[in-house]
Design a protein around this ligand. Sequence first.
Ligand SMILES: [Fe+2]
Length: 278
Amino acid sequence: MNWSILNVSVPVHDLEKSKKFYQLIFPHQDKQETLYQNIFEKEESVYFGNKGLGLRLFKPMPDLKLNDKIQSRRSYVSILVDNILKIKTNLERKKIDFIFETSGDGVSLHSLYVQEPSLNLIHFVQDNNGFNKETNSWSMGLDWGVHHMNLESLDVRSSIDFFTNISEMIEGEWVAPKNKGDFSIDPSELAILPLSNNNRGLHVIKPDDGFGYRNNFAHNPSIGGHPAFTIKDLSSLKNRLDKNNILYSDAKVYAMPGFHQIYLYDINANMLEVNQAV
Ligand SMILES: [Fe+2]
């Protein structure tokens, strides 16, 4: 199935305070085209990117107020696909519960919310105007993009089976750099559904309690999932983080050839990765 990353949604406690934090990383445009933002109209959100592509901050509700909705307390990914009805049929066949809805004024957008076997919320979206490979959060015409979404999975193989069987994505192989850090790329511990030949896409990792310790990081990127953003100038971001006393782990090039990575928490302890092609 054709797919791309529409955006990542990050749960925050205070939208305005978090907006200020994320402005350290990305410029924020107050005036944006709203296309895909319509899908999330029921939730108060702050968008970084354009047309709803990129990053969305949202404030979770008390669970008991949800009324047959589902929400995530972790960062989650919305995925644009070219055949959402196929996903719906595949889920029905496997007797997996999901929520299917249609939204958007003028343009109709189908949304399907489901939990994969490790209970990460996955949001599939289909635009009835057709699938356009160019419309995605990697190439938004801005100086940054969403490189990958990392999902923590307690059973990597069954999570990958879900994506390959239900949403008919194709598994790839992890491309490691020469001086790889101390982590496993055994497909039962780290797997990838690629959108490129340089590790862009969806990453699925088994939590590894010693990951941070062994690699000398203050952060453990194998726990809890994280979105990863590619920016043009990582060194000026590091300066801004230093100035604001924000802790980050400078991993350098250690997991993906050609990408200098850093890890940090946002002000709600959501793990973030920011990288730069080098
Ligand atoms: Fe990552």
